[in-house]
Write a protein that binds this ligand. Structure first.
Ligand code: C2G
Length: 754
């Protein structure tokens, strides 16, 4: 047996399949897989499937923790070499073969490969790998490090003519230490993964994982191995895929789960590493120390400077001071000017100087980003937001409103704004983020999204009322009250209910989670939304359960007269009924982020021919759609109101709604008027782009139609359609509109603006 692959498993079954697939498809075949199961059931079904193709053993480990599981795997290993793979990661198909060939050829104690970080499951990685050259990596580009050696596979050292065997061995050892310790972007990427170890080398030297370390047990293991290895080398074509979980909330990787005691865990692991190094290699201790200084400068010093949590100065600073004081002066000297001066201030226990240096460095970094950065103005605004506006007190009477990213004066923020002014005239200063100058019914300052004023009010407004997510730059301040109204009852699956995030940013789940922690209140228009938001947003703060403020207008006593005014204003011919066509956007049809295409499938000419005696059509595309739909020649029949601010006003004047997978139908149902669903791409939308929360075929209060002719026929016979769907409509109304009574805005205001 050549290799034992040790895979600790603690219940990540969806990920494990990818891992085992990647092992099954290795070009190298002489290996065993030891799956060490702790704190989870043995995945019998998977074991049965894979056992037919790979030599798979399954062990149970009573002790918890990855260190114990790996040790258990090592004690059962029979291979000449061992390697560790985490059950949520996977290997490139040639990984084992490359590591093994070279390790044998060069008689190495350890041979390391390259670690690439990925957000994606294996099928996506393989698709991408086919179409794009490799760019990622865990420690900067190869150029930065001086280029490859003549064999083109190694980690950056140059063999010169006349180098003796010993010099080459030293160069290799240095490259290994540099790559495995220094080049790893942060301390937490120092890992025993992606390395093939000679088993005898580990056992002879008693190199095992320290089971008392919950986190970072890789450090002492790796340090000791690097320190004692007679010969080591690397091959950057042996690729290990380290998967970053795109749902770090429900299935965090070990590192994503560390929490607030990360400093303590690191210090403990550093001390064990330091103590496990015997000093056989001149590099390991020096590189590990250097890494600690880096961590001190980038993470610890800013915390000491900010002093928001007193623990940093009182408890943590003395600990790291002791470690850095005990280091070889040469390491500190070689750490670069800033880190050297900072370390000296630490050793001298000079907090004032340490803070001054850190502050200057921080300002210097901002200045460098501003001078060098291509997005200079953006960085200046971010700086102003963080360091100037946020340093000033909150403005207690200011309410900041935004709807659909500043695109319109609409939706729930509009209705809350108007009701607030009616309930408490003059009490609040209102500010609207709106990109086009708009006539507002009550006094309010208007500012553009991402302007300086925007950042000022984002930092200083006591109240924030948004209907979509705030930017990532937003930092929640004490005393700020954030009302998130959201913008629709969900049909399409949201955030943590989405299995794999493909179209949006892979960071989507994590970013959403962080952003939603700033919300103090979330509007849920119905019990269904409440249930979905609780789960899909992992939301546990108060929900406002009064219906949608944006739907108050649909229950207003004077809604007929409001509708008559709107019709007049828009020039809808008297005597004509109105069909509103309001489709949503498609994830896969876009120009760039936030700018989507729309290919109109409704044959408006045919509709005009058949329906224009009785109807006109209002065409209303989603706010993400950048295309301007051409309606030339149809001006007396089609009104393109895609840029009209408030769709609720269009609901009021329409007699029939045609939509597809847009949440508009949940709101329109409040009017109990007929709805038709033009779902020409249902299969793709439901099965490929998004999953749905409700069964479109059975639960919608209107028919699913696939051609313009079907739409026209349904409109010509709308009474029959109404009759057919009456019962389902009633149930639907009960379920999704049951909380609406026309007073949602007022009730939300009473709760939020106490
Ligand atoms: N909207 C609109 N015009 C359209 C489509 C939508 O004005 N043609 C508005 C409606 O107020 C709708 C909201 O935008 O309720 C959200 O649109 P959706 O089509 O449902 O899509 P999306 O923006 O992806 O939001 O929980 C809701 C979801 O997040 C969906």
């Amino acid at each position: 047996m050549d290799i034992s692959v040790i895979v600790p498993y603690h219940g990540e079954k969806t990920y494990l399949k990818d891992c085992l697939d990647s092992l099954r498809e290795q070009s190298f075949k002489d290996f065993e897989v030891i799956l060490v199961v702790s704190e989870a059931d043995i995945p019998e079904d998977l074991v049965d499937i894979y056992q037919t193709d790979i030599n798979l053993k399954c062990l149970s480990c009573e002790k918890s923790g990855v260190a114990a599981a790996r040790n258990k795997g090592m004690s059962a290993a029979e291979g000449t070499y061992v390697t560790f793979v985490d059950c949520d990661d996977y290997l490139d198909v040639r990984c084992l073969q490359r590591l093994h060939e070279l390790c044998v050829a060069d008689c190495c104690d350890l041979m390391f490969g390259k670690i690439e970080n990925t957000w994606y499951k294996r099928s996506i990685y393989l698709d991408n790998a086919e179409s794009a050259p490799d760019e990622s990596g865990d420690g900067g580009s190869d150029e930065e490090n001086g280029g490859d050696d003549e064999q083109g596979r190694q980690f950056l050292f140059f063999i010169e003519a006349g180098d003796s065997e010993e010099v080459i061995r030293q160069k290799r050892a240095e490259a290994a230490n540099r790559y495995l310790i220094t080049r790893r972007k942060s301390m937490q990427n120092i890992t025993a993964l992606g390395i093939l170890f000679k088993r005898e080398f580990l056992t002879d030297n008693g190199i095992t994982f320290d089971e008392t370390l919950k986190y970072y047990s890789d450090w002492p293991f790796l340090c000791r191995a690097l320190d004692l290895a007679e010969k080591c080398d690397g091959d950057k074509e042996a690729v290990y895929l380290k998967r970053t979980h795109n749902d770090p909330i429900h299935s965090p990787s070990l590192i994503q789960d560390i929490g607030k005691k990360d400093f303590e865990y690191r210090m403990e692991a550093y001390e064990r590493s330091r103590d496990s190094i015997e000093g056989k290699s001149p590099y390991t201790r020096a590189y590990m120390d250097n890494k600690l200084i880096q961590y001190f400068a980038s993470d610890v010093a800013p915390e000491i400077r900010k002093n928001e949590d007193k623990t940093w100065r009182k408890k943590r600073m003395p600990v790291i001071r002791e470690y850095i004081s005990a280091m070889d002066a040469k390491v500190i000297k070689g750490a670069g000017m800033y880190r050297r001066r900072l370390s000296s201030a630490l050793i001298a226990n000079d907090v004032k100087k340490l803070c001054r240096l850190s502050r200057n460095k921080n300002l210097y970094n901002w200045a460098a980003r501003i001078i060098k950065g291509p997005k200079r103005l953006k960085i200046i605004k971010e700086f102003m937001y963080r360091h100037v506006y946020s340093a000033k007190p909150l403005m207690e009477d200011v309410v900041l409103f935004e709807s659909f990213f500043g695109k319109s004066y609409s939706d729930s923020p509009k209705y809350i704004f108007e009701k607030l002014n009616q309930m408490y005239p003059g009490k609040y200063r209102c500010v609207w983020i709106i990109d086009k100058k708009t006539r507002l019914p009550y006094p309010a300052k208007q500012i553009k999204r991402f302007s300086f004023a925007y950042f000022k009010y984002l930092a200083r407004s006591k109240y924030i009322v948004f209907n979509s997510r705030q930017p990532k730059t937003f930092i929640k301040r004490k005393g700020n009250v954030f009302l998130q109204t959201w913008h629709g009852t969900p049909l399409k699956k949201l955030v943590f209910d989405m299995e794999e995030v493909v179209s949006a940013s892979p960071m989507y789940k994590k970013t959403f989670y962080i952003q939603s922690r700033s919300w103090d209140y979330l509007v849920a228009a119905n019990a269904f939304s409440e249930e979905v938001f609780t789960r899909a947003f992992v939301y546990d703060k108060p929900m406002l359960k009064f219906g949608y403020p944006r739907n108050d207008i649909l229950h207003a006593d004077n809604k007929e007269s409001i509708a008559a005014d709107i019709r007049k204003r828009l020039g809808i011919p008297e005597g004509k009924k109105v069909i509103l066509y309001a489709p949503t956007w498609r994830d896969d049809e876009y120009y760039e982020s936030g700018k989507y295409k729309f290919d109109l499938k409704l044959d408006l000419k045919y509709m005009k021919e058949k329906l224009s005696d009785e109807y006109v059509v209002i065409l209303r595309t989603h706010y993400f759609i950048a295309d301007n739909i051409d309606v030339t020649g149809l001006s007396d029949f089609v009104f393109n109101l895609s840029k009209y601010d408030d769709i609720a006003e269009l609901y009021l004047i329409s007699d029939i709604l045609i939509t597809d997978y847009s949440s508009v139908f949940f709101d329109y149902a409040n009017l109990k008027r007929p709805m038709l669903f033009f779902t020409y791409d249902l299969d793709k939308y439901r099965d490929v782009l998004r999953g749905f929360y409700i069964d479109m075929e059975r639960e919608l209060p209107g028919p699913l139609l696939f051609t313009t002719k079907e739409i026209v026929d349904a409109i010509l016979d709308i009474r029959t359609v109404n009759g057919r769907y009456a019962e389902i409509y009633d149930k639907f109304y009960e379920r999704f509109c049951g909380w609406e009574d026309g007073h949602a805005s007022e009730n939300c205001i009473k709760t939020v603006f106490k």
